[in-house]
Design a protein around this ligand. Sequence first.
Ligand SMILES: C[S@@+](CC[C@H](N)C(=O)[O-])C[C@H]1O[C@@H](n2cnc3c(N)ncnc32)[C@H](O)[C@@H]1O
Length: 269
Amino acid sequence: MTASTDTLRNMYLDLMQDILTNEIYKDPPLKMSIGSKLKKAVGLNARHQQGREFDESRREKGLDWPSVAHTMIGKQRMQNLRMVCSDVIENNVPGDFVETGVWRGGACIYMRAILRAYGDTDRTVWVADSFAGLPEPDAATYAKDKGDTHHKVEALAVSKEQVMDNFRVYGLLDDQVKFLKGWFKDTLPAAPIENVAVLRLDGDMYESTMDGLTSLYQKVSPGGYVIVDDYHAVPACAAAVHDYLNAHAADETIEIKEIDGTGVYWQRP
Ligand SMILES: C[S@@+](CC[C@H](N)C(=O)[O-])C[C@H]1O[C@@H](n2cnc3c(N)ncnc32)[C@H](O)[C@@H]1O
């Protein structure tokens, strides 16, 4: 007797999720030597744990920054990512998978694993990041980023080589993974991405969210998905979403859905 393809696929993707969020070895949150003002400014508010112990309920909702795990988005946002990626594959919605803001790469690694699990050899996973942390705020252009201090957080700067190594250890670094290194405003406008089935925005700031939407939103296929990781964590991020949609998609009927109290997503009509 052999297990069905569905069973084996689910077993692989469940295990990948548990490893990428490190619910296996249960690493404690990252120790950060930043003051309470900076923590607040980067969205590490009272809901986030910066204690010493692994806390399953916080990892579930992506409310800690892990010391070891390859993603900080937590279990529920990983489940959401799997749900939308599976949906577009099963329903033949054309387009690539893109994440803008990847940190250690865990969410992108999961997207590549999902393609592998479905035997999808046509789509690319685009991995867009400065690989050097966030930009200093350009408050003259984006007033809502005034005072943003994410750029001071060294823990958010992970090199491209490190992210490539992280793909490699899962056997998932191949030519279906493409890297866009640099500030979004420089890399995204000319990126050779034709169409997008899943766009995952995780750049925290107004500018970073707006740059992702400006370059890529119109490439999202009908039936494709947009996920905004920081919608409830960073008010400027939500403001960028609404400013963009009001200006460029006012005629679309969009239903923004909750994921876990922090992230949101919607499907393009
Ligand atoms: C919160 S982390 C992303 C978390 C990640 N998605 C995960 O699965 O854990 C934010 C990332 O966005 C990147 N970033 C933010 N704004 C950017 C910009 N304007 N250009 C390039 N990279 C940016 C940072 O370098 C950082 O790696």
